[in-house]
Design a protein around this ligand. Structure first.
Ligand code: AMP
Length: 280
């Protein structure tokens, strides 16, 4: 695997015409979920580029940014093992040469007003800014993202549209990789204490119950059961929501005439966890 820290060196390396580039952007602290994206990308591309960049502009919570795990040596070892071709490991100055305030941002409208957008003001603006910049640097044919961050997938679909890159870069949404008890793998899981880790799969259990009750119960009843269960286990739930899978229109009740998705965000101690499940 070749590691680049400078945009110019990366672009020179990628300049050979005719090769397809698959791109996996990450914040590092890699786990099997990230590696699954590399595996999927490897099957369909000549070159797989992974980036590790803890983008300061997407952290609405300063403490979350400061506590974000950094494990670059272990990440590099995992990427080599996975067969990833290129790691892009830039500095903040390299990504935002004129300062982040001058780097282009995008307006995601409705998507930025609900769920993660509402709970984390400014987060998607930062995500759009960094991924827009990374796409311009890497110019991949395929962009691989995890379903775990479903709303982010919707936001970045819109980013590609707003950039006018619909015929240049295709977004591939990859399945969520889970621990044996159902907990979605996440870099933040390593900040859970052992007792918290034992409780963390409650979020997944709630999603399974929301899915299982779609033909028998009202969503508001199941939503309340989930909120109560999460609180009883010591979580602070932020939302337990139901939406259309196509465009994240929030639903008050199950409507099996649309593909639906259930989404949950909850804090356990100071660790914020999110997960989702397609229902039908
Ligand atoms: P992050 O480093 O958290 O920004 O994640 C980088 C990419 O990996 C994003 O597209 C995530 O959605 C994806 N990802 C994170 N966790 C998982 C998981 N458990 N399964 C599949 N993809 C994931």
């Amino acid at each position: 695997m070749v590691i680049f820290k400078k945009v110019a060196d990366l672009q020179q390396y990628l300049a050979t015409p005719g090769q397809t580039i698959g791109f996996v952007p990450t914040l590092g602290a890699l786990h099997k979920g990230h590696i699954s994206l590399i595996d999927i990308a490897k099957k369909a591309n000549d070159i797989v580029v992974c980036s590790i960049f803890v983008n300061p502009t997407q952290f609405n919570d300063k403490a979350d940014f400061e506590k974000y795990p950094i494990t670059v040596d272990a990440d590099i070892a995992m990427l080599i093992e996975s067969g990833c071709d290129v790691l892009f490991l830039p500095s903040v100055d390299e990504v935002y040469p004129g300062g982040s305030s001058l780097s282009q941002t995008y307006d995601f409208g409705y998507l930025d007003t609900i769920l993660e957008g509402a709970q984390r003001p400014g987060h998607f603006k930062g995500v759009g800014q960094v991924v827009g910049r990374l796409l311009e640097i890497v110019k991949p044919q395929y962009l691989y993202l995890g379903q775990k961050d479903y709303q982010q997938c919707m936001v970045l679909t819109k980013l590609i549209e707003l950039m006018g890159w619909g015929n240049k870069t295709k977004l591939i949404i990859c399945p969520t990789v889970r621990e044996a008890d159902g907990l979605a793998m996440s870099s933040r899981n390593r900040r859970l204490t052992d007792p918290q880790r034992l409780l963390a799969a409650t979020i997944y259990q709630c999603l399974v119950s929301i899915q299982g009750k779609q033909t028998t119960d009202n969503f508001s009843t199941v939503q309340k059961e989930c909120m109560d269960l999460l609180r009883s286990k010591g979580f602070e739930p932020e939302y337990v929501a139901l939406a259309t899978a196509k465009d994240l229109t929030l639903l008050n009740d199950y409507d099996t005439s649309h593909p639906m998705i259930a989404l949950i965000a909850a804090k356990l101690g100071d660790v914020r966890l999110i997960d989702n499940m397609l229902l039908n």
